[in-house]
Design a protein around this ligand. Structure first.
Ligand SMILES: NC(=O)c1ccc[n+]([C@@H]2O[C@H](COP(=O)([O-])OP(=O)(O)OC[C@H]3O[C@@H](n4cnc5c(N)ncnc54)[C@H](OP(=O)(O)O)[C@@H]3O)[C@@H](O)[C@H]2O)c1
Length: 340
């Protein structure tokens, strides 16, 4: 019989092809195996599990991903967990799942794209007459460009402004319990190379770069963390505020951005949601956490060099001016003296 491997394609014999097949398969296994172990090795894991049965914790954005895993971990340790979520079937399902672990679970509605909803959330929380030990500002979006209900650029509005307002409004409770605030940031904040200005609060063109604006909003969260820490220290407060980076995590956050969604699903280094929640849980609980710092993989990390105390103070003032008298912000020593 005439060979099908004609003059066009050289034929090297069966052994050669089976050897190539074996070599390629082994190479793929080795590469993926190495990446898998690299991820396992590098992913920080919380190993501190205090009894939280006397604690009340708010976790924003706990319908899925990192927030859901964070709330679940606190519920397992006995805390009263308040799930601060937009009303949706996902929110109902998350509540049911966490309530099964701990019947003390509460859901209060919160839409971070609407500052009135943030204020309403605080009203509803007040009515519960509960203390507040830990606030985890986890809710976040990475999506196509649009505006919030209050006409802010979506990432800046949801990821930063709601965090600023909610934290300031809840601070008296956290002060009272000498509690903690954890702001979920992102290593993406390090890609910001220019100081933020007032124009960054707004959407200028529909085709704006979502990733750039997402990173700016997380840089804003970094600045907020630094300035809030400065204000707390000036008042000799016992409250701790820290920012955390969960790493690259496979979650529904990428659902609106096709290429990112594919990358999150294919990237062998992407963490699971449970892995991604570790630094948040650890930072919320561990006694070694220092206020004003930035953590990733359950250890301290370097923030963007532009995130200086001066930049943070200016950014806070800009935010305050923007929100005007709509928010009673936590004063510095200097401003509270001015007010007297
Ligand atoms: N995944 C990553 O690789 C990664 C990396 C760095 C930082 N992060 C940060 O981690 C945090 C959690 O994200 P994730 O990855 O776990 O994604 P996720 O599963 O999509 O969780 C985001 C949560 O935020 C909520 N949320 C979004 N917009 C909201 C709004 N307007 N009002 C109230 N809640 C809102 C979502 O609620 P709905 O179900 O109602 O949408 C959801 O519960 C975010 O701050 C994100 O920026 C994630």
């Amino acid at each position: 019989m005439e060979s099908t491997h004609s003059m066009f394609i050289p034929y090297f014999g069966e052994d050669f092809y089976s050897n190539v097949y074996i070599t390629v398969s082994v190479a793929i296994l080795v590469i993926f195996g190495t990446l898998y172990f690299l991820k396992k090795f590098r992913t920080g894991v919380n190993n501190y599990f205090p009894n939280l049965s006397e604690k009340v914790i708010i976790v924003t954005g706990s319908t899925s991903g990192i927030g859901f895993e964070t709330a679940k971990a606190f519920a397992q340790l006995g805390a009263t967990v308040i799930l601060a979520n937009r009303a949706s079937p996902k929110a109902v399902y998350a509540h049911q799942m966490i309530e099964r672990i701990n019947p003390k679970t509460i859901t209060l509605e919160l839409d971070c794209a609407n500052l009135t909803s943030v204020r309403n959330f605080v009203q509803k929380f007040r009515k519960l007459e509960l203390p507040l030990d830990i606030l985890v500002n986890n809710a976040g979006t990475f999506t196509e460009e649009k505006k919030t209900r209050d006409s802010f650029e979506i990432h800046m509005g949801v990821n930063y402004l709601s965090t600023f307002l909610l934290t300031n409004e809840l601070l008296p409770y956290i002060e009272k319990s000498r509690g903690r605030i954890i702001n979920v940031s992102s290593s993406g904040h390090k890609s910001v190379t220019k100081p933020l200005t007032k124009t960054d609060f707004f959407l200028h063109k529909k085709e704006a770069n979502e990733f750039e604006n997402y990173c700016k909003s997380k840089f804003a969260v970094q600045l907020f963390t630094i300035e809030l820490d400065q204000r707390l220290r000036e008042r000799a407060s016992h409250v701790i505020v820290a920012a955390v980076d969960p790493g690259f995590v496979q979650t529904p956050i990428f659902r609106d951005l096709f290429l990112w969604k594919i990358w999150a699903n294919l990237n062998p280094l992407a963490k699971t949601a449970e892995e991604g929640a570790q630094t948040t849980i650890w930072a919320a609980l561990h006694p070694s956490i220092q206020s004003g710092k930035y953590y990733s993989d359950c250890k301290e990390d370097k923030s963007n060099e532009l995130a200086t105390p001066e930049a943070a103070r200016n950014w806070w003032k800009l935010t305050e001016d923007l929100l005007d008298d709509k928010v009673e912000v936590f004063p510095t020593k200097a401003t509270s003296k001015e007010a007297n």
